[in-house]
Design a protein around this ligand. Structure first.
Ligand code: UT7
Length: 335
């Protein structure tokens, strides 16, 4: 009932913005950022688009898997920072990697996106015997929707991409839990472009704008968050998702070798590990070097751990995240 991970890959821009660089933009300092978040630096795109980063990560995953791209039957791309409303980013990645037989669509579950997409791909592979291999890509340029005058949020985010190729394996360990709480949508959001339609009456449009608030001037298309509410949600949602996934198959979290959490804040990770009764040594973390790259954060950490040997074949691994929506998701599998 599970999946085999055939290969992983990741890509991050070469350009980096350190905490000291941040301190030149807003009133902050390296010590505050490190102690409150665990972040030291973040990779930021100085030109490469989101789709390009995703395509690079996908090519590396294909190379690691050693398969012919024509074998890929499905591409799911997950992003909140795509260049185009249409076509989907997954179609562009298909073009770039030459996966000529793949069905393609994008999925938005914010920072939980990679886990949502892996679980969706698993369900496709399970029910369609002709679909042998799926490519899941997470790519983000959060710098495009970050307000660099807001010190409480701009220090958090980075850019990057990662990908995984998976195949269905009836005998492999697998369980998952996906969830959401839409009442928390107002705690973390970024607007799409305002309607360009000449028929829209701004006051009528605004009347539907009940929950989210317009945000201060200059924030129209950047991320607004209530950091404390998101923090509170995150520390409970990740353990909840992991426990509910494990309970479905009578699996004990104690039997996990590694947990790869969403890299949002080191303090969130530490608290979530405590609520799961798991030691910090099991947590895979790379937040110091990347910050929060939304849906790309879990697969970048996963790929780095695979390539460094921190995660080995046979390890039982939990991928667990939370994000805007508010969403949460966990999956447990054997690498
Ligand atoms: O993918 C999900 C994305 N979002 C998140 O994961 C956000 C989750 N929340 C958090 O990670 C934390 O709430 C933050 C890192 C955003 C904030 O940390 P905090 O420990 O909750 O700080 P705070 O908001 O309680 O602020 C404490 C103080 C405030 O000053 P006063 O009012 O006590 O004088 C802030 O103005 O720290 C100040 N502050 C800063 N100081 C220096 C806020 N940001 C900064 C900063 N540098 N960058």
């Amino acid at each position: 009932m599970g999946i085999r991970v055939l290969g992983t890959g990741s890509y991050t821009p070469a350009f980096q913005v350190t905490n000291d660089d941040m301190a030149k933009m807003v009133e902050t300092n390296d010590e505050w950022i490190r102690t409150r978040t665990g972040i030291g630096t973040r990779h930021i795109s100085d030109g490469e688009p989101t789709w390009y980063m995703g395509a690079q990560a996908a090519k590396r995953a294909i190379e690691a898997a050693g398969i012919d791209p024509a074998e890929i039957g499905l591409i799911i791309d997950t992003t909140i920072t795509q260049e185009f409303c249409t076509p989907s980013t997954s179609c562009i990645i298909q073009r770039e990697v030459g996966a000529v037989h793949a069905a393609c669509f994008d999925l938005n579950a914010a920072c939980s996106g990679f886990v949502y997409a892996m679980d969706t791909a698993h369900r496709f592979l399970k029910t369609d015997p002709a679909m042998k291999v799926a490519l899941v890509v997470a790519n983000e340029s959060l710098s495009k929707i970050t307000n660099y005058s807001d010190r409480s949020s701009c220090i958090l985010f980075g850019d990057g991409a990662a990908a995984a190729l998976i195949a269905y394996d009836e005998n492999a360990l697998y369980t998952s839990h996906l969830g959401a709480d839409g009442t928390g949508a107002k705690y973390l959001f970024a607007r799409s472009a305002l309607p360009a339609s000449p028929f829209v009456k701004p006051e009528r449009y605004a009347a539907y704008d009940d929950q989210m608030g317009a945000g201060p001037e200059g924030w129209e298309h950047t991320m607004l968050q209530d950091g404390k509410e998101v923090y509170r949600f995150a520390t409970h949602a990740m353990p909840k998702a992991a426990k509910l996934a494990a309970e479905k198959i009578g699996f004990s979290l104690d039997d996990l070798d590694k947990i790869v959490p969403h890299q949002a804040n080191m303090r969130i990770i530490e608290t979530a590990m405590k609520f799961m009764n798991q030691p910090m040594e099991k947590a895979v973390t790379n937040i110091e070097h990347h910050g929060n790259t939304s849906s790309a954060s879990i697969p970048i950490a996963f790929d780095e751990a695979v390539r460094s040997g921190e995660i080995q074949r046979g390890d039982k691994v939990c991928l667990v995240g939370f994000g805007a929506g508010l969403t949460y998701a966990a999956l447990i599998m054997e690498y």
